[in-house]
Design a protein around this ligand. Sequence first.
Ligand SMILES: CSCC[C@H](NC=O)C(=O)O
Ligand SMILES: [Zn+2]
Ligand SMILES: [Zn+2]
Length: 469
Amino acid sequence: METETEISNHQYYSLPTSNTHHHHQYYSRRLLLVVILYLASASASASASASEDLIISRFQQYLQINTAHPNPKYYEAADFIISEAKSLSLESQVLELVKGKPLVLLKWPGKNPKLPSILLNSHTDVVPAEHHKWSHPPFDADQDQGGRIYARGSQDMKCVGLQYLEAIRKLKSSGFQPLRTLYLSFVPDEEIGGHDGAAKLADSQTFQKMNVGIVLDEGLASPDQNYRVFFGERCPWWLVIKATGAPGHGAKLYDNTAMENLLKSIESVRRFRAAQFDLVKAGFKPEGEVISVNMVFLKAGTPSPTGFVMNLQPSEADAGFDIRVPPTADPASLERRIAEEWAPASRNMTFEFKHKASVYDKFGKPILTAADSSNPWWALLEGAVKKANGKLGKPEIFPASTDARYFRERGLPAIGFSPMANTPILLHDHNEFLSKDEYLKGIDIYESIIRDYASYVEHTKDEASREEL
Ligand SMILES: CSCC[C@H](NC=O)C(=O)O
Ligand SMILES: [Zn+2]
Ligand SMILES: [Zn+2]
């Protein structure tokens, strides 16, 4: 009776998608669980898959907590993480650096607490989903026949947060003891800029006391067999340009209208965008090393009860652009381009940045983590991934932004890495998914990384010079 009600509810919710598959999948997931429980009691070989099943169901539980903006269920996520931490005997602490935005900090103390610690960071929030455009509801975490788990956050980045924990579970049950202290941070608000999350953490007294030596944070899925790995990221510049001009009759041809002035800018932006994109298309530059610029809004016209006034040329027109500047680019020349070509005062234009991250650190150096043998954490990561039968691609600059920048800004090395190979890049997209096999493989990869990181005895050069301060 109860099951019937649930299934019919489910059908009801899935009607708008006109998808006929997922109530089958929902039904078969339950059936599968019953079958697996039965088999597990019958044979020893099935017990591995029973424990895999538990791993997957924990992942699904986390994904089912709706932490999408603008109303993320942060306390539910925090409770879930804390209960997982308890089951692993990790020390846990909730920092409410901003009211209503709990940040969970877990600790696995090392045998040598004097050595700088390792921070494994992940964000608990996710971007919103347009439910009716998904073939599987974005907060059900359905698994399909092919083992794909569909949910908002399955790639970005609830996978990583729980993989850290599952890797620790494996290490603990194998009797491993870390030399360096390991911290895990589950932070809010990354998707809206991280100001009330990672930025506050990096600024806190607590963080200073943690004596962090290396940070791992998110990367991106890779469609091929090599994992992607990131040593820096582009800086967001969110630009609004504003054109003004003489208003007039919609039938009149005259110069210097707001619309014409704005369109000239848009044409110029588009030429620049095409040239940058061509460098990528031709294979001359990777995605993270060109300047991207995309128009994200247009605002002009005089509203009327039925839409817009059609015979009036407006006196104002605005456009917004999401620009991403690589740390390797020359920001001054882009600034000149904006002032001289995209929003010249001579064409009655002004501009304003809604957000403008600096390409440089406080010493005037581009904010990048060394991705070569000069950085022992880099070599350790490569070795650890290899030991777990994974392969890394060439180190890249992350095309968007992550919380890693708040740690890099403080001079800490931070590496962006989400172990998802053979997976289409679906962050922020409809039908975001991660396959069960890739998720499980990622746990083994982290097990290997954490083992090697937490066992690293030497002081790195960075660490030694920080201690002299
Ligand atoms: C200005 S911070 C924005 C952070 C955001 N991060 C993930 O998508 C991004 O747009 O890259
Ligand atoms: Zn993310
Ligand atoms: Zn994101």
